[in-house]
Ligand binder design. Structure first.
Ligand code: DC
Length: 218
């Protein structure tokens, strides 16, 4: 069986950075499932006028033409490099909005499962342990306080030279938490089969060491 580690958690919990570094450490493949939902959000945005009057059927139809490739750490949408654009706050909100449509999630399931290849996979998102890879070797729920996450996101945006205030980011984070945890299909949640880690007071290195210890002993 292909070894799989899933890391689910709310926006800006650090799951992407942690998952990528763990994948690198173990020599495993890495799948950032949020990038798939973000790419769909951007694709819908590019095919609609201000995302007004976008129906679930319209979004589902657009999945048929979603030409998405992950190459050398870059995300290509219909051949264009959208890596940086995908990080925009509005794209995250659209991903969250359209990701709440049950048929969208059903249509993206196999695409995500196909990333499970030897020698192993580390993946992060909202429902990777609960729905996409329920049989994963190690399932984590990584979280941190909303304030801490807003602070991290603020620093991240500064690196990309993008302006935003912490107050706006905190508001977006809370809205996205609410939307992602209350949707009817595959909400952000965990059960007894998950290890829960609040990394508000941990560095990335400490978080990774802890997870690698858990992986070794499972
Ligand atoms: O992980 P992220 O913040 O890049 O994800 C952006 C949005 O995509 C998130 O708010 C909800 C949606 N998403 C999802 O519904 N399921 C996933 N497995 C990953 C992301």
């Amino acid at each position: 069986m292909i070894p799989i580690i899933t890391i689910d958690g709310p926006a800006s919990s650090g799951k992407g950075t942690v998952a990528r570094l763990i994948a690198e450490h173990l020599g495993f493949h890495y799948l950032e499932s949020g990038a798939i939902y973000r790419a769909l959000g951007l694709w819908v945005h590019q095919h609609s006028t201000n995302n007004v009057n976008v129906t679930p059927d319209f979004v589902i139809q657009l999945i048929n033409s979603l030409d998405l490739k992950f190459i050398d750490g870059k995300v290509l949408l219909a051949g264009s490099d959208v890596t940086s654009e995908l990080r925009e706050e509005y794209v995250g909100m659209l991903a969250s909005k359209y990701g709440a449509i049950p048929e969208v999630r059903a249509r993206l399931l196999q695409f995500q499962r196909d990333f499970a290849k030897e020698p192993g996979l580390v993946t992060d998102g909202r429902d990777m342990g609960s729905v996409v890879f329920p049989e994963a070797n190690l399932k984590l729920f990584l979280t941190a306080s909303a304030e801490k996450r807003a602070e991290r996101r603020y620093k991240q945006l500064q690196q990309f030279d993008k302006s935003a205030t912490i107050a706006d980011i905190l508001q977006d984070i809370r809205a996205r938490d609410e939307q992602d945890s209350t949707r009817s299909t595959a909400p952000l949640t965990f059960d007894d089969s998950f290890k829960v880690l609040d990394n508000s007071e941990l560095t990335i290195e400490q978080t990774i060491d802890l997870i690698l210890d858990w992986y070794k002993s499972c």
